[in-house]
Design a protein around this ligand. Structure first.
Ligand code: SAH
Ligand code: DHB
Ligand code: MG
Length: 221
């Protein structure tokens, strides 16, 4: 098994099953041409998020880390017309790209981007009247994952589905001596999940066009 096979199977699945991917092809091409890091979820991971959101009949979704809104678009497409996805982004340039992509996808009415450090936006959100979400997608700066978990716990209710991206990192997550701040953040986050008795969690490892990584999946009970 190697990356070449993983990519080919990912393309096979995308071509046959992922019709949203072809609609988003222009957006993907534009993002590639901008010379910014490729941090979006893969098309099939986007489809997976979409299926999860549909499966739980999500009406309010929180995303931490918007980037170009690629994952946001897949998630928002699963929402009913009056559903809402709130996505948090610190970088004004990425937020502008996201807004343009969201408009192109015809989803402006369902997606709200909150610009600024996510920890500040989370404080703001938790002060609102009905702050809880049906689904939360955590995908921002990895060293802050443990801090995000504290806020996620304030913003979830029984049944909230929490998906956290990039927690396997080519298997580095099992190295207790790692010097990588991202891996250290993720390890502390997974430790936090393990101690959170309101959550049932697992890690799903993935191979894809993006290499070997994985998502943590948790449900609040
Ligand atoms: N979810 C996106 C990818 C997100 S990449 C997708 O799959 O399409 C991670 C994003 O988190 C980047 O856009 C980065 O600017 C943003 N980010 C990093 N630190 C942040 C912070 N402290 N607050 C909010 N966003 C942050
Ligand atoms: C990075 C962040 C992501 O969320 C991702 O999926 C891939 C890479 C990064 O910070 O490099
Ligand atoms: Mg990610």
């Amino acid at each position: 098994m190697n990356q070449n096979v993983f990519s080919k199977v990912d393309h096979y699945s995308r071509e046959l099953l992922n019709h949203t991917a072809s609609q988003l092809y222009e957006i993907e091409k534009t993002m590639d041409s901008l010379g910014i890091p490729d941090m979006s979820v893969s098309p099939n991971q986007g489809q997976f998020l979409h299926i999860l959101a549909k499966a739980i009949n999500a009406k309010r979704i929180l995303e931490i880390g918007t980037f170009g809104a690629y994952s946001a678009i897949y998630l928002a497409k699963a929402l009913p017309e009056d559903g809402k996805l709130i996505s948090l982004e610190i970088d004004p340039f990425y937020a502008e790209i996201a807004k343009s992509n969201i408009t192109k996808a015809g989803l402006s009415h369902k997606i709200e981007i909150m610009l600024g450090p996510a920890l500040l936006s989370l404080i703001k959100l938790s002060g609102e009247k009905n702050p809880s979400f049906d689904m939360i997608f955590l995908d921002a700066d990895k060293p802050n994952y443990p801090n995000y978990l504290d806020w996620i716990m304030k913003l979830c209710k029984p049944g909230t589905l929490i998906i956290s991206d990039n927690v396997v990192r080519e298997g580095e997550v099992i190295d207790p001596d790692t010097a990588d701040e991202k891996v250290r953040g993720v390890r502390k986050f997974i430790q936090g999940l393990s101690q959170e008795n309101r959550l049932t969690s697992t890690i799903i490892q993935t191979v894809s066009v993006k290499g070997y990584d994985g998502m943590a999946i948790s449900i609040a009970g």
